[in-house]
Design a protein around this ligand. Structure first.
Ligand SMILES: Nc1ncnc2c1ncn2[C@@H]1O[C@H](COP(=O)(O)OP(=O)(O)OP(=O)(O)O)[C@@H](O)[C@H]1O
Ligand SMILES: O=P(O)(O)OC[C@H]1O[C@H](OP(=O)(O)OP(=O)(O)O)[C@H](O)[C@@H]1O
Ligand SMILES: [Mg+2]
Length: 299
């Protein structure tokens, strides 16, 4: 069991996940100030300590029970899990939920002049990557022999530098690949950020705090994905209009002053309302359409 009476949460110190991890915890009511020089940030209003570390270290810290929770990309989690299974080290942890950020994919990419047909085009070649285990699993499934070149960063420059024939690295918009004269040929893993818990037994107090944070996180993420919609609708097209609102259950329908042919609709939609739908709504006679963000949700 983690020795500390306070709940320990590991988050990325600086990088793609750090701001959003901090923001998510703040939205769950955890109050803390980060001092860039310090590894630990203590929450002021709850028995929670945040450990700010390199993202690569987060899965191991959770799997060894050094911290109770960690916010991490699934790509790093899966890579560490394979690594530890091979080394016979503890690799257990529980994924509590996917988060709504850090979406990216681990892909194979080759120089623009490379005539790639399928994964077999890489037979006998060298691939640079920071994810040797995920790459090996993919290549073994395809039965392709290759050699790897392990790089912790700047993987995209490897082919130009003559270090490898292709790469296996994270892609989001594809801008980094393009800037380095590479193109994506195969997605080998799709990833999101997630929150994981150590499998060590928790004290009832700490488990209750984990459950509280998770329940708040569910509310914050559900609210971020939802919209509050207000509009006026002709009574004759009311059913069609309600059917167009994405995931809106039991909308409130209210009468309008001095207008018996129209009603006001208030609805919580589980998704954003896109311009196309707004145009379809107006074509059905809807007016005064307002789409508003929701800050918190519960129950
Ligand atoms: N372009 C991207 N768009 C969205 N998410 C990304 C992107 N690149 C990486 N990620 C996600 O964010 C995680 C952290 O990426 P980052 O580039 O900050 O890692 P790093 O350089 O290894 O950081 P550290 O210094 O902590 O080791 C990745 O493991 C992945 O899950
Ligand atoms: O497809 P794109 O939108 O261009 O994103 C992909 C890039 O993002 C990540 O690096 P990051 O920018 O986080 O910097 P790093 O190389 O220092 O980790 C990843 O390692 C790629 O290099
Ligand atoms: Mg890292």
């Amino acid at each position: 069991m983690s020795q500390s009476k306070r709940l320990r949460i590991a988050i990325q110190k600086s990088g793609r996940l750090s701001k959003e991890s901090q923001q998510l915890l703040k939205s769950c009511g955890v109050k803390f100030n980060v001092n860039e020089q310090r590894l630990i940030a203590h929450a002021d209003n709850m028995p929670i300590d945040l450990l700010r570390v390199r993202d690569d270290d987060i899965p191991g810290l959770v799997m060894d029970g050094v911290v109770d929770l960690g916010i991490i990309g699934e790509n790093v989690l899966e890579e560490e899990q394979i690594e530890r299974q091979l080394a016979g080290k503890p690799a257990g942890c529980t994924k509590l939920r996917d988060l709504d950020f850090g979406s990216c994919r681990l892909s194979l990419a080759v120089p623009n002049e490379f005539a790639y047909k399928d994964a077999a085009s890489l037979e006998g070649l060298r691939i640079a990557t920071s994810y040797p285990n995920l790459l090996r699993r993919f290549m073994q499934e395809k039965g392709i022999n290759y050699s790897d070149c392990m790089l912790k960063g700047s993987v995209e420059v490897a082919p130009r530098a003559g270090l490898s024939d292709g790469i296996c690295d994270l892609v989001s918009t594809g801008a980094t690949l393009e800037a380095n004269g590479l193109y994506e040929t195969e997605v080998i893993y799709r990833s999101m950020a997630c929150i994981i818990q150590s499998i060590e037994e928790q004290t009832p107090e700490k488990q209750a705090l984990i459950d509280k944070i998770l329940s708040r996180m569910n509310g914050v993420i559900r609210a971020r994905e939802s919209k509050y919609i207000l509009l006026h609708a002709p009574t004759e097209t009311l059913d069609q209009i309600v059917a167009l609102l994405p995931g809106a259950e039991n909308p409130t329908v209210l009468p309008l002053n001095d207008d018996t042919n129209r009603v006001a609709i208030h609805a919580v939609s589980s998704e954003d309302l896109f311009w196309d739908t707004m145009e379809e709504l107006t074509a059905l006679g809807a007016s005064s359409i307002l789409v508003m963000p929701i800050e918190k949700m519960m129950g």
